[in-house]
Each structure stands twice: as C-alpha cells, then as structure tokens.
Design a protein around this ligand. Structure first.
Ligand code: FUC
Length: 770
C-alpha cells in the first residue's frame, strides 16, 4: 500500500488547476445548501458555500440535538400487549393497530432532532471585481478550496476540519500585493450570545431547545480564534475585524455539554478553549499535514478506476446534470469514493454514528429529525465500512448498540416483561427505544437485532477475538429478548414476532401490524446463527446455544407466493398490498445485506427474490434505489445493477454537491451507492470470494485495490475487455477460501501475509504465490 504522502501547505490548492478524478469542482459559488461542500472530522461538520464577498460555512457538532436525557417507555404498553397480540392472531389487524396506537406508543411519540449549530460568516468589504473563480473539494485531502483572481492577486481560501486537532481550519491568502480585509461573524438559531471575548477571539455560547415536551438540557460553545499575518485584528461587538492582512488563519472549535445519553455535565467552554489553545501554536502547514496524514491513512486504502469519458473533465454539477443521458464511469468511481469520504468525515472512533444526514444539517427541524432510523437507514450507512476498508469507523455504531443495550433493557422489561434488550425503528442522541411516530411504523421489535448483524460482520471481516468477546453480551442480550417474546402461530406452530410489521409497508387488511413478517424471521435467523457461532468461538454458553438453535429451527421459512415472488408476510398478500411499489424491500434482507438467499445455494428463493424486485420496480427514494442496487448486484444482474446505479446518479437523486436526495438530503443513499458499486466488483459471502460478480458492459476496463473480504482478505482486481486480468489476495489470518469467477470455482488456503495472484488461464482459474 502506498505510504501517505505528506503535502505542504500549498498542496491542496494545486488540485484546482487540474482537477483530479477525486475532485468535486464548480465554476460558481453555492447558492443553496445542496451545492455547498461537506467537510468534517466525524464530530464537527462544515458546509462550505464558496461565496466571494460573503463566505458562509454552515456548522454542525454531532452532539447538538434537541431535548435532554429522557425515557419514553410507556408503562401502559404491557397492559395492552396481550390484547394487541390476540387481535392480530384473530386477523383483526386494523383494530390491533388502533389499540396499539392508543396504548403502546412512546411518550412522547416522537424523538429528538439533530440540529444545526449555526453559521460562520466571512465578509470581505471592498474586494473588487473577481475573475477565474473556482471552488473544489478534494476527497484525497479533505480540503475545500475556493480560488479566484482580483487584479493580479490570486486569492485562495482553504477549509478543513482536522480529526487530529479537533478544529475547523480556515486559511485565507492572497498573492503579490493583495491584502485581506475580513469581518468574521457567528450566528445561530438557538438561544445564544455572540461576542468578542478578546481582540482575536469570537465566542458564541448558547443552549439547545425543548422538543415534543422534552426540555433542552445542553449548553454549547463555539470559539473562533483569528491569527492574521500582518495587518490588524480587533473585536467589535459580535464580530472580529481583520484589516490589511497578508494571510489569515482562523481556528474554530465547538462542543456541547453532552457526555453520554444520561449525562450532560460536560464543560463546552473548557473543551473548546483546550482545542484552540492546543492548535494555535501550530503553523498552518503543520495543522494541514497532521490532518492529511490522518485522513489519508483511511481514505487511501482503496483506489478505484472504472474507466473514463470526455465528461470527466467537466464541473461536477454539469456531470450530475448530464448523467441521465451520458455514460460517465468516472462519476460512478467518484461517487464510490465520495461515500467513503463521507463516512470518514461523519463517523470516527469516539464520535456519534453517522445519522440520517451524516453530520450535515442546516435546520432545527430536519426531515425525520436527522436521527437514527434503524429499520434500514442507519444500517445502510455502515454497509460500505467493512468491504471498503474502513472498519474502525464502525466504532461509533458499536458504542450506540452498547448504549441501546442499556436503554433497550428497560423497553424489554417494561413493555414486554422480557429479559435482554430491544429497540424499535428509531433512536436518537438520548438512545430512546420506545415505538414512535405511529404503530404502523414504530411497533417493530427487531431494530436492535438488525444492528447486531454489524457486530458479527465487524468480527467476521477483521477476526479480532477480543472484539467479539466484548460485543458477544450485546448479541446475546438481543437474542434473549426473542427467546422470551416470540409467540406461537396457531396454524403452523412456528415461532413469530408479534406485534410487528414489514417496515413500513401496509398489508391489504387496513394496517401494517402483523405477526411474523418475513424480514423478522430472516433477521432472527442471522442473530441466532451469529450468537451460536460467536459462543462456539468463545467457548461459552452451551445451554444458550442450544436454545438459539432450537428456536431458530422453529422460525417460519421464507415462502414463495402465487406470483412466484418471495412473500413479504406469512400470508400470500403481496399482490393485494396497497403500495405494491413501496420503497422498502424488507423481505429481501435475506439477499442483501444477509446472504441467506443466494443464486448459487438457494436458486429457487433467489428467483423468487428477483420476481419480488421486479414487481416492486426500481423507482424509489434515494436509499430505496441504493438498496435495489445492492440487490441486483447480489442477484448477479450486472446490467440491471448498472441501470439502477445510473438512476441514483441522476439529478433527481443526486444534488450538485453529490449528496443523495431522498428527497430531501439523506446520506444513506450515498452509502448504499458505495456499497452497491463494491458489490458489483466483489462479493464476500461466508468463505466465498466472488470476483467481478456483476461487472457491467459499461465498465470494460478498470481496477480496484484494497477492498476487503471476510476473513481479513485484502482484494485487488484488474480487468480488461470485461474479463479479469488478475486478482491479488492477501490475508492477515490463515483460512480456506472459495474463489469464484463466472462459472469457475477453486479453493485456496491463504496463509498470513502470503499474497497470491489469481488469473484466468485456459478458461480455468490459476493461483500462484507472489
Ligand atoms: C424511513 C423511510 C423513509 C425515510 C425515513 C428516514 O421511515 O421509510 O423513507 O427514509 O426512514
């Protein structure tokens, strides 16, 4: 792997003259938020507009949400549970749903919202006429740059958020005789005070607000320290005025008093002052070098080349605009890397997990609260993490699951009188686990169980036994809840979840509530299987293992309906459901992200899944298309997958700044896109490594390096004329793997750090040590 190159302070701006395949660039400033460029360090986010006379950087801090610690479990829910179950068993679904709405939902019935911190404003009085304007975001350096000419002076503005120094860094510079006059301001829609604490220090201190009856409990602080070279700086009221500087360095720190979902005793003044004090003595070049080294250590693990076209040299907004009409394989490659970039910038060890908008949100009332929707969206955010070599970025998700195992134990105990823990379809900063929004969406008991798949997958890719031992109790707690709460189906004797629903799809009987939707059985099969495997590896809990195996055997199997489709519910209702083209494709969980249904091992069920996907249609929300992309790739239909990818990249689903459009902006589609493109090139299932499983004709020649397969295998691929040239495989731990390419299959034993080269020779696969 290439060692991360150290760039000098000038390195970032150079990309503007010759935009690389890893650059988003534009010929004009952003006029709306979805044209602004996203920077972030996992915790602190900025949206850079690139304005000339007035620059705006919209700001986020990942713990600034509405409300404060609260527990929304409704103690009356238990009293209604048996009646709701009985109504479902009697087929009186609408009555069950009405009763659940009246008696089982969380109090409040909504959760808290992730909110904007505010905006940094830079106003440049008397700047004069500007020409040769460009702005760009270089994914490889994670620096947003705006550059233009005023007279004979080149003005450059560079902005990044350092994961090392925990500050947003702005550097303003001008060549020749150009001097910088700038007024620096901060604003926020929260209750806050902005004032210059010193000549070179602007401070904004405030508090968050209540929502849905939950009082605000957070304080926040945002500091901006100005470090001009030459010229003067002066604090005036709520702004800093810098005049006649040769260059200006601004350091912005932000923090809240949040420490944990039940602890808001942090000191944001001390945290921000500490960040500024530590960063201020470092020259810009050093801040930049530290930032670059940290970013590139993650970002450069993967390279991808899917081929190029004439459109590749155009500004990014024009490429998105034209993507419906033109095949632009390098836009797909850029989108792939942009998803990895977004995960690096919105989820790092110690931060909050990426929410519905990652960490970028300009509102107090964003769509769906910009929170964690765990009936697909949060999981999709993390789909690319393991296969695209960003496993440490899963850390915040693991921490969230750990929190939910605490708050969700209360939901299990008080709502269901059960052991273990559970979560319904959403959570927030305060780790709420009660059913919300309405029974037809919220009364779904397997949100926590689905999240546990990520615990197992993190182990399975990385094979760290200590990690497995640390998360096994979480998996076990999730499984125990279902050992206690599954109910017996009177007709078949199967064990089922009840009440539940197939996210968020109404069935033909006037409700969504039901017992045993296909997705629940599929998720529980994975949960029980993974608990058994983990307990075996760790040598633990033989009795619990036996219970998991016995319970799993009594879950209803997947069923094929009259139209040849995979049934979404126990009954063959699919064709009568009122929303036949529904965005969720929950019953296809078994195909992706799980591998329970597969074209090679379960061809009949795979054909039924395909039929379901055809009936559902490809048109959906951003993430809905993202899921379909992964599914078509898993089903091995390269052309259909490519068609669906192009739907995702067109302007209806991709904003000029490459953010996914649900609409509105929702980041899951970006991550689903990155995952789907990866799935087209490499499929990792069990011990099988399937090379180029869905390579479309539009990408005849290309290469990818640094992808990961289960069992610590690093995979590089290169192909031409639509056929594999070679694959390089290298594992950190020994293991037997089955390599599949087209119809060819071969078994190999990989030894630690002994790379092998796989080629096609005379129609067969040839494996050679390197
Ligand atoms: C689920 C989806 C919606 C949206 C929301 C955040 O409720 O059905 O489409 O993505 O989550």
């Amino acid at each position: 792997m290439a060692a991360p190159a150290m760039a000098s302070g000038a390195g970032a701006a150079a990309t503007l003259d010759a935009p690389s395949p890893l650059t988003l660039w534009y010929r004009q400033p952003a006029t709306v938020w979805t044209e602004a460029l996203a920077v972030g360090n996992g915790r602190l986010g900025g949206m850079v507009f690139g304005g000339v006379a007035k620059e705006q950087v919209q700001l986020n801090e990942d713990t600034l949400w509405s409300g404060g610690p609260y527990s929304p479990i409704n103690p009356e829910a238990w009293d209604a549970l048996a009646e709701v179950r009985a109504l479902i068993a009697a087929g009186r679904y609408a009555e069950a749903e009405a009763m659940a709405n009246a008696r089982m939902m969380g109090k409040p019935v909504r959760q808290m919202s992730f909110q904007t911190l505010g905006d940094l404003w830079l106003e440049f009085p008397g700047l004069g006429a500007v020409h040769d304007y460009r702005r760009a975001l270089d994914l490889d350096s994670a620096v947003a740059t705006t550059r233009f000419q005023v007279g004979d002076s080149l003005h450059t503005r560079e902005i990044f958020v350092s994961p090392v120094d925990q500050v947003l860094v702005v550097r303003l510079s001008a060549t020749g005789t150009g001097r910088i006059d700038v007024d620096v301001g901060l604003t926020t829609p929260h209750a806050a005070e902005v004032r210059a604490d010193a000549a070179d220090l602007l401070a904004m201190r405030g508090s968050n607000g209540a929502e849905h009856g939950v009082d605000g409990a957070l304080r926040f602080t945002c500091l901006v320290r100005a470090l001009p070279t030459g010229g003067t700086v002066e604090g005036q009221g709520d702004r800093l005025k810098i005049r006649g500087a040769e260059s200006v360095l601004l350091l912005l720190a932000a923090a809240t008093s949040f420490r944990r979902y039940d602890d808001v005793s942090g000191d944001p003044d001390a945290i921000t002052a500490g960040h500024i004090l530590a960063a201020a003595p470092k020259p810009f070049g050093r801040l930049l070098d530290r930032h670059l080294a940290s970013h590139r250590a993650l970002f450069r693990r993967v390279t991808i080349d899917l081929g190029t076209s004439a459109t590749a040299s155009l500004p990014t907004d024009e490429r998105v605009r034209d993507s419906g009409a033109l095949n632009d394989p390098s836009l797909a490659a850029l989108y792939h890397q942009f998803g990895r970039y977004l995960l690096i910038c919105s989820s790092r060890p110690g931060t909050q997990p990426a929410n519905l908008q990652g960490i970028w949100n300009d509102s107090l009332k964003p769509g769906w609260g910009s929170k964690y929707t765990i009936n697909i969206n949060t999981e999709m955010n993390y789909w690319p993490a393991e296969p695209t070599a960003l496993p440490e970025l899963v850390d915040p998700l693991v921490a969230l699951i750990r929190d939910l195992s605490e708050t969700g134990a209360r939901a299990a105990r008080e709502m269901y009188r059960a052991r273990g823990w559970m979560a319904h379809h959403n959570t927030d900063l305060w780790r709420a686990t009660a059913p919300i929004d309405g029974a037809q969406y919220g009364l779904w008991p397997v949100g926590g169980a689905w999240l546990c798949l990520h615990l197992w997958d993190h182990y399975d890719y990385g094979r760290d036994i200590d990690f497995l031992a640390s998360v096994y109790p979480l998996m076990k707690g999730a499984a125990v809840f279902f050992l206690d709460t599954l109910v017996e189906d009177a007709k078949g004797g199967f064990l089922m979840t009840s009440p539940s629903l197939s996210p968020e799809n109404p069935h033909p009987h006037g409700a969504s509530l039901v017992a045993g939707p296909a997705m629940d059985q599929q998720i529980l099969r994975d949960l029980f299987d993974n608990c058994v495997k983990a307990a075996e590896i760790l040598g633990l809990d033989p009795e619990f293992r036996g219970q998991c195996t016995a319970t799993r055997a009594r879950l209803a199997p997947d069923r094929i309906g009259r139209q040849g489709q995979l049934q979404e519910w126990m009954e063959d209702w699919d064709m009568q459901a009122p929303e036949i083209h529904h965005r969720h494709v929950s019953h296809l969980y078994a195909v992706y992200p799980s591998g329970q249904i597969d074209v090679f091992d379960t061809p009949e069920l795979a054909a039924a899944a395909r039929r379901s996907l055809e009936i559902r249609g490809d048109e959906a929300t951003g993430w809905g298309i993202g899921w379909r992309l992964n599914l078509w790739a898993r089903l091995g239909d390269a052309e259909r997958a490519h068609h669906v990818l192009r739907m995702l990249l067109r302007p209806e689903r991709t904003y000029p700044n490459l953010f996914d459009s649900h609409p509105p902006f929702q980041i899951d589609g970006n991550f689903g896109g990155t995952s789907g493109i990866t799935e087209m090139l490499l499929r990792s299932r069990g011990n099988e490594i399937h090379l180029l499983p869905a390579l479309p004709a539009a990408w005849p020649k290309g290469s990818v390096t640094g992808l990961r397969s289960r069992g610590t295998v690093r995979v590089d691929l290169s192909w031409s004329a639509g056929r594999l040239d070679h694959a390089l495989l290298e594992a950190r731990v020994a293991g037997r793997h089955r390599i599949r390419l087209g119809q060819q299959v071969t078994e190999i034993d990989l030894k630690p750090r002994k790379p092998v080269r796989v080629t096609r020779s005379g129609g067969k696969l040839a494996v050679a040590a390197l």
